[in-house]
Design a protein around this ligand. Structure first.
Ligand SMILES: [Zn+2]
Length: 194
């Protein structure tokens, strides 16, 4: 007995036959449910989940809530680790050609990069949802983020310890260092207030 196609493969086939068309659930759900029922003899469960899964896998692009489209140029290719030129162009346009951290653009005389939000060595894939525009400086800082994060936490701990001992010299030193972190918006997600 040959293997019957999964619900996800039926949903994908429907989109694949209609490249670049924005499709809401109501557009495809009846047809795909009918195909599935013909093949499997029962009604599928949660066809919406199949579409979400295809989106998560990078096979369908999400246009807005509940609306997807198939764009053959943007499909994730697991053999590729890098973003394609088309994907890079898409990300640049989506992020308005600005660093998502500082908002600077090439007009400010800086270089822009496409960054993997989840790094490739941590399983991040070359799909557009995992890409963002960063300036050279913030790309560098992000790549070294682990080091600067522990640095900031170290100075926060030292600052709190000095406060307990009322050591004004160490307090001043730590405050100035932490103000430099704040001024350059480095590790802004780690809260520190004097
Ligand atoms: Zn930046």
């Amino acid at each position: 007995m040959s293997k019957k196609p999964s619900l996800a493969s039926l949903v994908f086939a429907y989109f694949e036959q209609r490249p670049f068309v924005e499709l809401a659930h109501d557009d495809w759900v009846d047809e795909v449910m009918r195909q599935y029922e013909d093949l499997h003899g029962r009604v599928p469960r949660d066809p919406w989940r199949a579409a979400r899964k295809l989106h998560e896998e990078g096979k369908l692009q999400k246009v807005r809530k509940g609306v997807y489209k198939y764009d053959p140029r943007l499909v994730y290719d697991p053999t590729l680790e890098e973003f394609t030129e088309q994907q890079k162009n898409y990300i640049f346009v989506r992020d308005q050609h600005r660093c998502v951290v500082c908002g600077k653009s090439r007009a400010d005389g800086i270089e822009l990069h496409i960054d993997h939000i989840v790094p490739r060595d941590k399983g991040g894939r070359a799909i557009i949802d995992n890409g963002q525009v960063l300036c050279a400086q913030h790309n560098f800082l992000k790549k070294n983020l682990d080091a600067t994060e522990s640095g900031k936490r170290l100075f926060i701990r030292l600052y709190e310890a000095a406060k307990g001992k009322d050591n004004q010299d160490v307090l001043t030193f730590c405050r100035e260092v932490l103000e430099v972190f704040a001024k350059h918006d480095v590790n802004g997600h780690i809260d520190w207030t004097p």
